[in-house]
Design a protein around this ligand. Sequence first.
Ligand code: CMX
Length: 425
Amino acid sequence: MAKTLKETMAELIPGLRDERSKLVQEHGDKKISEVSIAQAIGGMRGVKGMVCDTSVVEPDKGLIIRGYPILKLTDKLPEEIFWLLITGKLPTADELKLFQKELKAAGEVPAYVWKVLKAMPKSSHPMAMLDCAILAMENESAFRKRYSEGMHKTEYWEPTLDDAMRLMGTIHTIAAGVYRIRYKKGALIEPSKRLDWAADYAKMLGLPPKKGETARMMRLYLTLHCDHEGGNVSANTCHTVGSALSDAFYAVSAGLNGLAGPLHGLANQECLNWILETMERFGGAPSEEDIRDYAWETLRGGKVIPGYGHAVLRVTDPRFTAFNEFGNKYLKKDPVFQTVDRVFRIVPNVLKEHGKAKNPWPNVDAGSGALLYYYGLKEFQYYTVLFSVSRCMGMLAQLVLNRALGTPITRPKSVSTRWLFDQVK
Ligand code: CMX
């Protein structure tokens, strides 16, 4: 008989704990990184100072989830990806079915969450609405309840997984509700009993199904954004907050507040904005020459070209490649997609000539907006909410694993600028 996710984790955790304590006992004093002054001042770029097993980002390969390059996972359901992130293996067909059933069972959104959302100002950013809703749901936390009852620390991961299931079961419904409330799309649409996570989300948003293509696009979108190792702003924030034993609702909403920044997840709203501005300026799909001029104008204005560059990657993001392949298959003639494709041919050379960005290639955000726009999501302020629904998987998987392994509270040492000057005297 198929095992639940919790039963599977209960079997895995003792081995993971042994492996980690052996590593620390036998090799704990070995050095894995050095820190220069430039790194301490420059956002700790490249400093190896935390552990994340769910995924790695190789500068020349991109995202690898538990050993699978992301382009090998594009036909999977996000539910399978969540299972993979957390256990290290893809689920069997029976495990997947059981897991989907458990997610549906955890899917009731408390009525007070809708009241909170409906009470927010009409002009609220959809990310502020999503984060408030998640924080409001902290009231549901199994971890907080069990902790106040006095649970043993080896059990911390169990109610954390319950919280993760509760969040995974509801976040797509809440996110769809944010869309319908914020953009006055009419009554909320109930979750379905039979659709998979992504298809249900697309349906609850109220998007036209386009013969199943919208659900297919949504599965791809939610799979591609699921995780990006541990040091990015949202994952790192979620980890730090969670390390204080704040429960999953506190930790994930904190991580998502970081995702709401224009240099991180908000870049996808900025990207489509930039593409549409270009089209408006030139009265339709711009020529390569027009794009070059507009890119230089953006750079001269002291602004970044959204969707290009990355702190770790040094090649075209394979997630961009996956969106581009999907676009070429299903919406090749769409003018917005054509503009994205043309921008890809021009902007890397402009950035190289500009000479500042270490990586002139597109990241995940450069390609996703055109697809969302085509399938009926025209409100690009909402795009980071979609990113959030997906990234919730990576943050929760990392949180459960850290609880299981008893990762201690995060507390790096800071130094003053005066101290740095003293070092180089
Ligand atoms: N356009 C213009 N300038 C850029 C640039 C871009 N797309 N990408 C980097 N640069 C600039 C930086 O602003 C920096 O300039 P200063 O020295 O004047 O500060 C210089 O190039 C060096 O930056 P870097 O080391 O190459 O990049 P960072 O690691 O500092 O920053 C990132 C990475 C993503 C924030 C940056 O490339 C950027 O701002 N890109 C546009 C926003 C974007 O697409 N963000 C989404 C990231 C994806 C994600 O969140 O997963």
